[in-house]
Every structure is written in C-alpha cells, then in structure tokens.
Design a protein around this ligand. Structure first.
Ligand code: F6R
Length: 609
C-alpha cells in the first residue's frame, strides 16, 4: 500500500529517496514525506499529494545528509493531509518512523502513551504511535528500542526508523508487509519494492516476516525475532531499470497493455519442453498427487479473481476436477471445507495482497496443498506456497492490472492442460493442438493492438456515458467482469457486469435509451444466444458496442459498433477479448482527464484487510 525507501551512505539521501519514492508512487500517492539526519538533528519535510508536491516543498533546501527515510502514503487511519503524512516523529523530534500497514492495537497504545508518558499526538494516524513508542524506549540504542516497541505492536507492518543520535543507521522491521534491503558499496538501502532501488543496486536481501534489519553504510545485518543474526542469500535482480520506465508511452497502463504479447510469449515458451509437453517449473506434482485432489479452490482479489473465474472454466473442462473460485476476503471468514485433498491456487500479481495471503495461510493450516500464480519473485505469497508458478509479466506499475491478468490466464491454461494430460482426461492430440493454438496468441494480440486507433475513436464518442453495462455468456461473462472493473477503476464511470442470461432477471430494468452496453459475443457455441440478449437491450434503446470474432458479422445488425478480435478457439478468447476492453477503459479515462496510472483511492499492492 504505502511505499518506504531508506538510504544510509555517503551519497545524497534526499535525492536517492525522492527518486525511489517516485518509483513506488504506485503503492500510494495521497501524501509523501522524507526525514534526514543533518548535524545531529532530524530534518522533516512532508506534504499532501504526490511526490511532485514534496519536491516543491523541499525546493532548494540543501538537505545534504547521507541518512534518511521516505514514504509515499495510501491513507488508512486519518485523511490525506500534511500532518498525517509520514515520516512521524516522537515528542522531541529525535526519532523518525515510516510505516506501511496497520497497527491494530494503536488505540490502546495511544492511550497508554498519553497516560503514562504524557505523549501529545500531532496526527490521527496509527503510525505516529510507533515513533512515540520507540521514543519512550530509546536510551541510545535504536535496535533495542525498536525491538521493545515491536514487542508491543500488533498488526501487519513494515517500518523503517532513524534516530538523531545514531546518524549512520537505519533499523527496519518486517511483519506481513513487504521489505527488501539493497546492497550497495559504502551505502545500503531499504525499500518496499525492487523498482525503488533498481537504479542503484541489483543485489538485494528479501527480508522475511518478523525480521529486523540494521543498516549502516558498510553493513546490512538481519536478525530473527529472537534477535539471532540470520544468514540470507543475495537475490540478484535480473530485470533492469528500463523495464520499470514508461519508454515513451504516455502512461504505464498503455505500455503494459502493449507489453502483453511479449509477456504472454515469455510465460508460455519458458514452460514448453522440446517435445511440446509442458514443464511446470516450480511445481512438483505428478500423476499420483494430482489423482489425490478431490477439489480445487482458486482464491484471489480483484483482477486476479477475474483470472480465477476463467481458470475454473479451463481446469474443469481440461482436467475434470471441481473448482470453486472465491474472493480472498470472503474465503477466509466463511470456514470453507478444506482438507489434505484440496489444492488451493492463490493468484496474485504483487504476492503481497493481505487478504490473499491470509486465505492461503487458512487453507494451509487445514492441510491444503498451496500452489500460487505470482508475478513478483520472492514475494510473501510465493514464499509461503508449496509450489509457485511465476507469470513472466515483468514489473507492473500501473495500478490497473493488464499484463498481469493475461499472463495469469496463460498460467491457468498451462496448469489446466498439464493436469488434464497427466490425469489422462485429454488426449495427446488435443494437448498438442491446444499448445499450438496458444502459441499463436501473442502474435494475434500484437496484430490486434494495431487497431487501437479505432478504439480511441470510439472512446471519444462515448467517454461521457455515466453508466455502462458489460454482458457476456460463459467465458465472456468472466471477461465482462474484468472489463467493467477496468473501466470503473480508472475512469470512475459506474459500470457493472452481468452474465447475459441474468439480464432479464433484474438488471434489464436499468436499461434506458442511450445506456451503453458492451456485449461480448466471442463464444461460437453461445453466439446466437448472445445475439438474442443483445436484441433485448437494443429493443430498450441501449447503445450496443459488441466484441466478436472476426468473420462473425451477423452481430453488426444489432450493434452500434463491433470490435472484432482475431479468430481463435473458444477457450482462448479471454486472452484477446480483454484487450479492446483495456484499451477502451484507457482511452475513456484519458478523455475524461483522469489520473490513469494512479486512480483515486486505489493502490497497487493492498497490504491491509
Ligand atoms: C485491478 C487491480 C486489483 C488487483 C487486486 C489484487 O486492476 O489491479 O483489483 O488485481 O488488488 O492484487 P494482486 O494481484 O497483487 O494480489
């Protein structure tokens, strides 16, 4: 949610931290701040709004220190404001803290600090409590004070702390919120995510839960919760800083839409053996194990959940196993039936979504085998799973997920095919043909994306609709949910998705002359049924924009516009049909002047419940 960056070394901490915060702005952008240690004092600058506001505030202020911490915030406790922005200081301003996550017992701690120590709070945040708590325990040893404070804190958090009296040190702690340490020469770094540090370091330590890191210019030491020093292997980042830059596109979202053919190609081809069979690197499940599973749960949030809806269809069809799909925040509280014959598939781009992580832990504690589909290597979901299947999407920066979704779909196709093949529910011939069809998808998508101009034109005509409905049947209904989410999250248009057959059971009451209905009709077997549903809304005056396969032109008679996707087998259409919906959302949001990469109220990595 929030982003943390810290630096200790001989360089200019302010410059490095601001630069890192810009890379993390996708994690939260309602306020930002920085604290550095200069001449034995903590210098604090923070401002509501994006990093640009913070830079304006700093202006020509030299802030030349070599030690500091910075933060970009996504508000949980207390509205976005200068005061609520991080870093937070203790009473006499000698300790500064940045925090990502939630301190669940902050009210209790706040009361204790006020009553026992006479602490006066400046902000409404839970985070300020941490600064005061460390402050009251501080007697010249920051590690000791942090250790004592953490012992009283409950919740999920990552924190980084500096003390004016120890100018060459940062102490950071991770508990259920991401944290990495970057290893430089004569300088070290701490951050919430790799892109923040890529310009400076390629070697990092992935910090585990309940670990404390102590950084000085020359050392990074990691301690477990019992304060024993632990050894950590260095993780070498293989992608470069360019992969996290816009490369000439106006927005990360557009860049990431265009990256999909490459990401899909990578995700697919890295998983194929020379004989054309699938190698599930990271997954060790043979026939015997697969035979044991009586049920599969796919659990995720948001866009990843929508990928799961397609996954259910694919796995049930190919592997003939019952699959239930659930949103993570519901799964964990409904006491689902899970045992050691359950395969639990978690899907998460970031691998840090707290609801997904908590659902995973719940399933694991009941004996399920956990397989995750994750984009961020070394993330919490990946680390806590029995098997991990990585999407090869590369860093996804825009808050609205695009390439993560399509690569998640690709993984689900491969898992379904693999399971079907190993379980003997599909023939080798079917398997080979399916792979051949999958291999054609990246090029087909690339060709399709060349038609973006047409969709841009449509968006200029339709951008001012205030209500949009997405409808579809079968796999098209799953993609409708994703299309609707994309549109609402970046353009703030009130959009909803329905299985087209459900329209007449209620939602059709909302159709009025001019209402925009986006109808997906890519499934050959359901095409005629969709034409009838389109007629139903058309008869009530709807403006219908359809998505159909090339060649299926009968739909033109009932639609105001048709977006044709390249022809492919029915099972694979989601990989293509989502593209016009992504582009339409993008261009509509642009017409409406919205902040596309950083939509209001949202954050890229949702590490709170
Ligand atoms: C929407 C979007 C979110 C995420 C959801 C899960 O565009 O990005 O709905 O899909 O917050 O995030 P991950 O996949 O990181 O677990």
């Amino acid at each position: 949610m929030c982003g943390i960056v810290g630096y200790v070394g001989s360089g200019n901490a302010r410059e490095i931290i601001i630069d890192g915060l810009k890379k993390l702005e996708y994690r939260g952008y309602d306020s930002a701040g920085i604290a550095v240690i200069q001449q034995g004092k903590i210098l604090l600058r923070k401002h509501v709004g994006g990093i640009a506001n913070l830079e304006n505030l700093i202006g020509d202020d030299p802030m030349t220190s070599g030690t500091g911490i910075g933060h970009t915030r996504w508000a949980t406790h207390g509205a976005p404001s200068d005061i609520n922005a991080h870093p937070h200081l203790n009473g006499d301003g000698t300790i500064a803290v940045v925090h990502n996550g939630i301190i669940e017992n902050y009210l209790e701690l706040r009361e204790m600090l006020a009553q026992e120590y006479g602490v006066k709070f400046r902000s409404e945040t839970d985070s300020e409590v941490i600064a005061h708590l460390i402050g009251v325990y501080y007697t010249g040893d920051l590690e000791e004070a942090v250790y004592q404070a953490v012992g009283r804190m409950r919740g999920a958090y990552a924190i980084s702390v500096i003390a004016a009296d120890e100018p060459e040190k940062i102490v950071a702690v991770r508990k259920d919120a991401p944290l990495i340490a970057g290893l430089g020469k004569g300088a070290n770094f701490i951050a919430s995510d790799i892109p923040a540090l890529l310009k400076y370091v390629k070697e990092i330590y992935l910090i585990e839960n309940n670990e404390t890191v102590v950084l000085t210019p020359d050392s990074v030491k990691i301690y477990d919760e019992n304060r024993n020093q632990v050894h950590r292997d260095v993780f070498h980042v293989t992608w470069d800083a360019d992969a996290a830059e816009k490369e000439g596109y106006d927005h990360f979202m557009l860049k990431e839409i265009y990256e999909q053919p490459k990401s899909l190609y990578e995700t697919l081809t890295r998983r194929l053996n020379e004989d054309g069979t699938i190698k599930l690197d990271g997954i060790s499940m043979g026939r015997e194990e697969l035979e044991q599973f009586g049920k599969i749960y796919i659990v995720a949030c948001g866009t990843a959940y929508h990928a799961g809806l397609v996954g259910k269809y694919v796995i049930e069809k190919l592997a003939k196993l019952p699959v239930e799909v659930d949103v993570a925040s519901e799964f964990r509280y409904r006491d689902p039936f899970v045992d050691d014959k359950t395969l639990f598939i978690a899907i998460s781009q970031s691998g840090e979504t707290l609801d997904t992580l908590a659902a995973l832990r719940e399933a694991k504690s009941k004996g399920a085998r956990v397989l995750s589909i994750v984009n961020v290597v070394g993330s919490s979901v990946a680390r806590e799973s029995d098997d991990v299947f990585y999407t090869w999407a590369g860093p996804e920066i825009a808050v609205a997920s695009t390439k993560a979704y399509t690569t998640q779909l690709m993984c689900l196709y491969l898992i379904g095919l693999y399971m079907g093949f190993v379980r003997g529910t599909i023939t080798r011939e079917f398997h080979d043909q399916f792979i051949a069809d999958l291999k054609e998808i990246p090029d087909k998508l690339k060709a399709y994306l060349k038609q973006a101009g047409m969709i841009e034109g449509l968006s200029k005509m339709l951008y001012n609709k205030e209500q949009v409905f997405f409808i579809g049947r079968g796999l098209d209904s799953s993609v409708s949910y994703e299309g609707s989410l994309k549109l609402k999250e970046i353009s703030y248009i009130n959009s909803s998705a329905f299985a087209a057959g459900e329209l007449k059971h209620g939602p059709i009451a909302l159709i009025e002359p001019g209402t925009l209905v986006i109808a997906l009709a890519t499934q050959d077997a359901l095409y005629e049924k969709m034409l009838s549903n389109i007629q139903e809304v058309k008869a009530r005056g709807a403006h219908v924009m359809s998505v159909a396969k090339e060649g299926n032109t009968a739909i033109e008679a009932q639609s105001n516009e048709v977006m044709y996707i390249p022809s492919c087998r029915d099972e694979l259409t989601p990989l293509l049909s989502v593209a016009p919906l992504q582009l339409f959302s993008y261009y509509v949001a642009r017409e409406r002047g919205c902040n596309i990469d950083k939509p209001k109220n949202l954050a890229k990595s949702v590490t709170v419940e």
